[in-house]
Write a protein of this length. Structure first.
Length: 528
């Protein structure tokens, strides 16, 4: 025997069947979640009847959680406190004839909530005529209390919750797209691979929309440019992690994940595709050269396809970023190598080694960071400092490599290397070469004004020149030269103490001596 939809709604048992048809058979993601419903009415009996009528109501495996207000003002306070209410069942006439309509205006205009579904209920339709209310107020349904049966109340609730669900899904997707755009833009600004790796994972978590236990890794040149064969049996180590993987950097996968997860990781690598599971997700990011990286997120939601789409979109953008970043790094490395090579030319002419240039650059970077310069500027000094003595190219060999003390005339010629170097570099508009010009010109100036070629003093000497001056002298004193043997560490320390405020800026000397162990690590690591 068939029955009409209306007959189905009037049967309690069949109504339960309708409820069941609206939910998935196994929606574990909704366990413990509810739809929040606010009942606003000055009659206690209405509250009781409504909650009783909807006691067993479910939509998508979620029950209703009721909030109660007995006046318009109470309703406004609840609305201020609870930001995720789905539906409000709202009486019109309470403390005054239009208290409910005032609440509608408060919801839509004052707190700008356009997602909550408003079902207006009135026992006095003459006070608030339906046509007028529907036309003038942003409500979603209008019901006369006298005709609002259990079945019609359930139907109204189904309709309202479907609408709320869809609106929230659209809003979530819109917010996700904004995150993708913002995250991609943020990543595009990064010019350092290590920063890119950590930023990539943080931005991906932002796109997904929750805190995750997660890590990302380099498989085929993705992070460090290493050539690892494209084999799932040769998983690389973790590069960056969050949550329970926060301390996982440089550890192998086998130390961190279960056998099941390991097999999934291998499958993702083998298939070169992202995989989604109920408890975890694995994302593959690739570029046109075939390099690819792996990103792992624990506790992801398999059924949330919209998040997967956002992640795939973000991953596509990231692949483009990585290609550009790889090209930038190659150009940056080439530029650094050329500058380093040029810097060693003068040193080889004066019987020095490339190690001197390397050490001075690293001393200068460390000193700059300790002084308070930012990472970018400290790196600029490191890259530019190899050219500090480039002007020695213009100094005759007999003066440059003279084993004894220079005459006054020879010393005047030697001093010209600062000007020669500056003249070679000063016309460049590149930041590294501009910094190198300044360093070449001023690294022989002294804090007390007794240096050359400009006899500058104090802070009139550029900070780049002050920093490289100290780094250069420290390395020179500790190295054999054609005119002297290397000094002992004790003698070098005594010299810097004596020259504090004379040759060197006092603050830089203090920083150097306080962090001497770190400078010695660099010296020992880059010995000839």
């Amino acid at each position: 025997m068939s029955c009409s939809r209306e007959e189905l709604l009037f049967s309690d048992s069949k109504a339960d069947s309708l409820h069941s048809s609206e939910q998935s058979s196994d929606d574990s993601n909704n366990i413990g979640k509810t739809w929040k419903v606010l009942i606003v009415d000055d009659e206690v009996a209405i509250h009781d009847i409504t909650t009783l009528s909807l006691k067993h109501f479910t939509f998508q495996s979620r029950h209703l959680e009721f909030y109660h207000a007995y006046s318009g003002e109470q309703a406004k306070q609840v609305l201020r406190d609870e930001k995720d209410l789905a539906v409000v069942l709202l009486d019109v006439v309470m403390e005054n004839d239009k208290a409910g309509l005032d609440v509608v205006k408060f919801i839509r205009d004052d707190i700008q909530n356009h997602f909550i579904r408003i079902i207006l209920r009135t026992g006095q339709p003459g006070v608030a005529p339906e046509n007028e209310v529907v036309e003038q107020y942003d409500i979603n349904d209008y019901k006369d209390k006298t005709e609002l049966t259990i079945q019609k109340l359930s139907t109204s609730m189904f309709t309202a919750l479907r609408s709320y669900r869809d609106l929230m899904a659209l809003n979530c997707h819109r917010a996700g797209l904004e995150k993708v755009i913002n995250a991609s833009a943020s990543i595009y600004k990064v010019h350092d691979l290590s920063v890119f790796v950590s930023g990539l994972l943080q931005q991906l978590i932002s796109v997904v929309g929750s805190e995750q236990d997660s890590f990302c890794t380099e498989i085929s040149g993705f992070v460090c440019g290493c050539d690892v064969p494209n084999s799932e049996d040769r998983l690389s180590e973790v590069s960056y992690g969050t949550g329970s993987f926060a301390n996982a950097a440089h550890k192998s996968f086998g130390e961190l994940v279960s056998d099941k997860t390991m097999e999934r990781l291998k499958e993702a690598i083998r298939k070169k595709t992202s995989l989604y599971f109920e408890d975890e997700s694995i994302f593959i990011v690739q570029n046109k050269q075939g390099d690819y990286g792996l990103i792992y997120l624990a506790h992801d939601c398999q059924s949330d396809s919209s998040r997967h789409q956002l992640v795939e979109l973000f991953s596509s953008n990231i692949s483009i970023v990585y290609e550009n970043l790889s090209l930038y790094k190659e150009l940056d490395d080439t530029q650094s190598e050329i500058i380093f090579t040029l810097g060693t030319v003068a040193e080889f002419r004066s019987n020095e080694t490339a190690a001197h240039v390397e050490r001075v650059g690293r001393y200068s970077q460390l000193l700059a960071l300790k002084y308070g310069l930012d990472v970018k500027e400290a790196r600029l000094i490191k890259m530019a400092s190899p050219l500090h003595d480039i002007g020695k190219i213009g100094i005759p060999d007999e003066i440059l490599n003279k084993p004894g003390k220079l005459t006054a005339e020879e010393m005047d010629i030697m001093k010209q290397h600062c000007v020669i170097g500056y003249d070679m570099l000063k016309h460049s508009k590149r930041s590294i070469l501009k910094a190198a010009a300044t360093i070449a010109h001023e690294h022989q100036e002294k804090w007390d004004g007794s240096g050359y070629p400009l006899a500058l003093s104090g802070e009139a000497i550029h900070i780049y020149g002050r920093i490289v001056a100290l780094a250069d002298v420290f390395d020179a004193l500790g190295s054999d030269r054609c005119y002297k043997k290397a000094w002992s560490l004790e003698k070098i320390i005594d010299y810097f103490k004596e020259q504090k405020g004379l040759h060197f800026q006092p603050q830089l000397v203090d920083i150097f001596l306080e962090n001497l162990d770190e400078f010695l690590v660099i010296r020992d690591k880059f010995k000839v």
